[in-house]
Structures are given as structure tokens and as C-alpha cells.
Design a protein around this ligand. Structure first.
Ligand SMILES: Cc1cc2nc3c(=O)[nH]c(=O)nc-3n(C[C@H](O)[C@H](O)[C@H](O)COP(=O)(O)O)c2cc1C
Length: 176
């Protein structure tokens, strides 16, 4: 696990190689194994591999989503806020779990924030994504995880660069 974490970076450039069906099955299994508050599993996921729909989703925001058009897969993470007040936490955990599983499988991924972001002056990114995918009104959209085989190399963060000063021992402010 630590090796996966040491190498993990956000990947926004993808090769044209498609993701094998068995690999997509593993991503589905991994995301559904995510823990959630009280085991409510208030999430659902739209796995998008249709190029035209990926292109439309890549326009969800003015900045920070355009690379989705070149991804092989976008996982749209939705949550039912009526079913759980932890839908954001639960959706976030599911998002990172699938990112780490993707990394383990040799894929690259990047989180695209949708909640609290705007598509245009008039429309939220959430509403835009919901329209594109026919997501029912009672569901919220947290993120889209873009996934594909990497077409860029990034070095992992060096251990010396980690912010160890943010970890305290026993009491706030006390160094380990
Ligand atoms: C909650 C969250 C929202 C993010 N939203 C976006 C986004 O909308 N677009 C994007 O390109 N990257 C997004 N990222 C990726 C971050 O920019 C990235 O994780 C950060 O810069 C650190 O880089 P690294 O993942 O390569 O270590 C998001 C990451 C998180 C955790």
C-alpha cells in the first residue's frame, strides 16, 4: 500500500489505450467496497465510457475538467443527501478508494470537483452534469474521477517534502 501512495499523483493526460473490461470490473468492485457512515451507502456511480458523453462532461467547468474528454473512463460520484448527512464524506472515500485501485492497476486518475463549482454564471456544475446524465433531482453530484492509462510521468512526492510538522503527538502543538 505505501508504494501505491508513494507513487500516486493526479494524472490528467491519458493514452488512447482502452481499459480492459476485467479492469473496469475491478474498479466497480473496489468502489462498492468503500466504507460509509452507518453502512448506508448513500452513493451511486455513473461509469461513463462513451466518448461523446465524456466530451460533454469535460465542459462541466471552465477550468479543471477539460482533460476528461481524453480519459477512457469517468466515474461520476453521486450521493443522496436525504439518506445520509455524511454523503460528502462517503462519496469522498469512494472517490479516493477507486483512485488508489486505479493506481494499483497501472491506471492514472484525477479528481474533478463538481459540488460547489459553477458551469457558467447561471448554472452550477452539478446541474450541468445532472442534465447531461439524466440524474434525478434528489441526488447530488460530488465529483468525477477521470481515469485512463497515463500519458504523462510524474514523480511521487519525496519523503523530505512531506509536511511532518502537521503531525502532533498527544496534544496539539507537541512535536512527535
Ligand atoms: C477534493 C479535491 C478536488 C479536486 N478538484 C480538482 C479539479 O477539479 N480539477 C483538477 O484538475 N484536479 C483536482 N484535484 C486534484 C488536485 O489538484 C491534486 O490532488 C493536488 O494538486 C495534488 O496533486 P497530486 O494529486 O498530484 O499529489 C482535486 C483534488 C481533490 C482532493
Amino acid at each position: 500500500m505505501i508504494e501505491i501512495l508513494r507513487e500516486r499523483r493526479s494524472i490528467r493526460k491519458y493514452s488512447e489505450k482502452s481499459i480492459e473490461p476485467d479492469t473496469i470490473e475491478l474498479l466497480k468492485e473496489a468502489i462498492l467496497r468503500s466504507p460509509s457512515s452507518r453502512g448506508i451507502n448513500p452513493w451511486c456511480f455513473v461509469f461513463v465510457d462513451d466518448k461523446e458523453i465524456l466530451r460533454k462532461l469535460s465542459l462541466a467547468k471552465e477550468h479543471g475538467s477539460s482533460f476528461l474528454k481524453d480519459a477512457q473512463l469517468g466515474i461520476v460520484v453521486c450521493g443522496d443527501e436525504k439518506r445520509s448527512d455524511c454523503w460528502i464524506e462517503d462519496g469522498s472515500i469512494a472517490s479516493i478508494i477507486v483512485q488508489l485501485q486505479a493506481q494499483y492497476l497501472g491506471l492514472g486518475s484525477c479528481w474533478i470537483q463538481i459540488r460547489n463549482r459553477m458551469h457558467s454564471k447561471e448554472k452550477t456544475a452539478e446541474d450541468y452534469v445532472k442534465e447531461v446524465l439524466n440524474i434525478p433531482p434528489h441526488l447530488r453530484v460530488l465529483s468525477i474521477i477521470s481515469i485512463g492509462y497515463p500519458d504523462e510521468k510524474k514523480r511521487g512526492i519525496k519523503k523530505e517534502e512531506l509536511e511532518y510538522e502537521k503531525i502532533y503527538r498527544n496534544r496539539f502543538g507537541e512535536r512527535w
